[in-house]
Design a protein around this ligand. Structure first.
Ligand code: SAM
Ligand code: SF4
Length: 335
């Protein structure tokens, strides 16, 4: 490794080779766990990264060891210059993927193919049409389902992100697992996380152990197969014997995976966050626009990364609003 490549290594030996870039703060859904009821104050357009700036900043990361980039948002497919952004990024020596709510997939499927994007994370929290509106405040269920099938028909590798919340969709856990019987999907159950304005409360969260309990009550123990976790995993994965797909659990609250964290986030207005839960940010875009080097800023941010969840080691610390409610709303971070 050359000296310059060490800027992505933190004090705990974690190498940050996975960059998640948020393309914008806007969205065509209003998921209540993500977008505050009163909306958010959007960054002025001039302070959002342009396609060229996204490319140049991403290039610096790639030159320093990043080999995986995921585009997120807000809803990344809403960016008018999405095609330009992905076609530029696809020239970098890195894998490219996106996280999307799926609504605009049919309009962009050719762009995704051209850019050699094979992995798509699609967010879908319910399999019941009428419930879709109550969580997203929009009637787009059929569109998302159609686009999910479109992606599978075009051989994309699809992971479905399901944020679980008590009283809303914890009674659909098994329905989602059953979906993997005939579809080659990876379902990923996500523990509800606290961000500014999302009225998080630990009692609303469905935990890893509660999810596994439902699975164990439904399937025989020899049918539930624990799969090897990916390197730098976020989801602990399982499959049901004979099913085409699998499912995983992202337990950021009750069983975090910080030891192997390799992620760094770049917000749409050009700030890096070294942890989803961290209130602190480092402004790369201002320095970049002044023609200054951004590598020292990246290095400093990585060095300041805490060992666990931005310093919140125990779950009870998560209950203290002062420790995380200053953070951005998820819609403006890019999950
Ligand atoms: N709009 C795209 C989408 O929904 O897939 C990309 C952005 S969204 C912020 C990225 C992911 O963050 C989604 O899978 C969403 O479910 C997840 N997310 C948002 N708020 C969350 C929260 N409070 N807790 C857990 N996951 C959350
Ligand atoms: Fe939009 Fe995604 Fe947030 Fe839902 S989770 S409001 S789709 S950014």
């Amino acid at each position: 490794m050359t000296a310059s490549k060490t800027i992505l290594m933190d004090d705990f030996g974690r190498k940050h080779n996975y960059l998640r870039i948020s393309l914008l703060e806007k969205c065509n859904l209003r998921c209540t766990y993500c977008m505050p009821a009163d909306g958010i104050v959007l960054s002025p357009k001039a302070s959002l990264m342009t396609a060229d700036e996204i490319f140049a900043i991403a290039q610096t990361f790639v030159e320093n060891g990043v080999h995986k980039i995921r585009l997120t948002g807000g809803e990344p497919l809403l960016r008018k210059d999405f095609r330009e952004i992905v076609s530029k990024l696809s020239t970098l020596n890195t894998s490219l993927s996106i996280t999307t709510n799926g609504i605009l997939i049919d309009r962009h499927i050719d762009v995704l193919k051209e850019a050699n994007i094979k992995k798509i994370n699609l967010s879908l929290d319910t399999l019941v049409s009428s419930k879709f509106h109550s969580i997203t405040l929009r009637n787009q269920f059929e569109k998302v389902i159609d686009n999910l099938h479109l992606l599978l028909n075009h051989d994309f590798e699809v992971k479905v992100n399901v944020v679980l919340m008590k009283g809303f969709n914890e009674n659909e856990i098994i329905d989602f697992v059953q979906l993997t019987k005939f579809l080659p999907l990876s379902i990923r159950f996500i523990e509800f996380m606290p961000f500014a304005g999302n009225e998080w409360d630990r009692s609303k969260m469905v935990s890893q152990s509660e999810i596994l309990l439902q699975v164990e009550e439904t399937f025989a123990s020899d049918e539930i197969i624990k799969l090897d976790d990916e390197k730098n995993f976020t989801a602990r994965t399982y499959e049901i014997k004979g099913f085409q797909g699998n499912f995983g659990i992202i337990s950021s609250i009750t069983n975090p995976f910080c030891d192997g964290c390799n992620r760094i986030r770049l917000t749409a207005n050009g700030k890096i966050k070294n942890c989803l839960f961290s209130n602190s940010e480092t402004d790369l875009l201002t320095a970049f626009r002044k023609g200054e080097s951004i590598t020292n800023l990246i290095s400093e941010s990585i060095k300041n990364k805490k060992k666990v969840r931005a310093g919140m080691v125990t779950i009870s610390e998560m209950d203290d609003p002062a420790l995380h409610f200053d953070n951005r709303s998820m819609i403006a971070i890019g999950g």
